[in-house]
Design a protein around this ligand. Sequence first.
Ligand code: HEC
Length: 434
Amino acid sequence: MDFPTVEVPLIGGRMLIALVGVIHVLISHGCAVGGSFFLVLLEYKSIRQKNERLNELAYRVARWFFILTTSVGALTGVGIWFTTNMFSPVGIGSLLRVFFWAWFVEWIVFVTEIGLVAVYYLSWYRMSRSAHLKLGIVYVVTSFQTLVIIVGILGFQLTPGKWLDSQTFWDGFFNPTYLPQLFSRTALSALLACGFSLFIFACLRGFRDVRSEFLRFSGAFLLVISPIYLFATFAYYQVLPARAESFISVALVTLQLTQYAQWSQAFFFVVVAGLFLFGLVLYFMQRTFAVLSVAPFLILICAVAQFERVREFARKPYVISDYLYSNGIGKAEAPFMSSVGAMRYSTWAWRGLDPGGGETELGHMLFRLECSTCHTYRGINGVFNKRAILSSEEATVQFLDNVQYSHPYMPPFAGTQEEKEALAKFLVEGATKK
Ligand code: HEC
């Protein structure tokens, strides 16, 4: 844990990672992975029915998927690397040690995918229909491959499983949540792609003649995919470790509202059921109702953001379960840090510290090292707003003594008694100042 800390005012680094991450998920899943399934199937249908207009429609939708994947998708992909490296350098470092080659292969696959989406779109009218369709299939397989790899790494963070003992690559990669998460994300990608396509269709002019074919196709697509999504996501929920499951209520709605947590599962069910019903309407009536057609997908997007949040939260207080805490302190390191002192242990981070700053300055640095990954001062999850706990220095020291038991989603405080008192002083001063 020897990196300088970076703080983002008000929203915190965590939220910044989340914002970039969710945009990336929507584009990479919806346009790149799901988009490839959706488009190639639509192209296949148009060729089989010899429907030139439907083929042209697929081409026009492909244009947008191509643009979004290669711009927003690629940029936010880099953004994820950048933000996670800023706020979780040790976490990324640890993942790289395990998954270096997986990431390397992912990158090659990604470059190939970007090349293929470009060729797929740009060669639409320059190849024979059947050759173009074959190219499309290669594109589908390649973009699915990106998901196949990244899911191994994401799942590992939450459920490292046997890796904790064996420390072998394959045990980490094919971890207990691998398969259900892969199914769930694949189905989600397809649903998002359908939503984006319907939206693009609504914005395009001049395709009234193939409107009913297109809506019927989208309806059938929704009818097949939404049940798969529902079952895969519930299967995923079933394999979550018990500890993670007990946090989900906190993750979904923050501490004050935990009693409403069961609602969110019902909410998820209603969202997917809504998509299914919408699929029925499209399939049998070939009608969309302006607002109604966008609403289910907007809600799905909110559900995705929420799902990603839950998945991240369920891991707390770890970046890699049972191995590395969110603040970059190794589980095995923490007791050692408590005996030698956080200040002696993290020599780099202390360079900017004013030696004459006294206890409060020391406390501030400790906050930055151990708490600022998850807390801002007065913004999102602002620590100075937690006045009930920070009522006095004694109460705060007591809170820090037991934090990992009383609030198991927070890591233990790693440092000496003296450092604990300095942190308490800093926190109470901040909380009492207006
Ligand atoms: C892994 C992320 C994480 C880290 C690291 C972390 N916290 Fe928290 N903390 C949380 C979350 C999440 C909550 C609950 C927020 C809510 O109300 O929903 C919380 C709540 C709190 C509360 C209020 C508890 C209550 O019962 O109201 C205090 C005080 C607090 N944290 C202090 C700290 C201090 C001090 C540190 C550093 C030593 C720290 N936290 C480190 C995630 C973290």
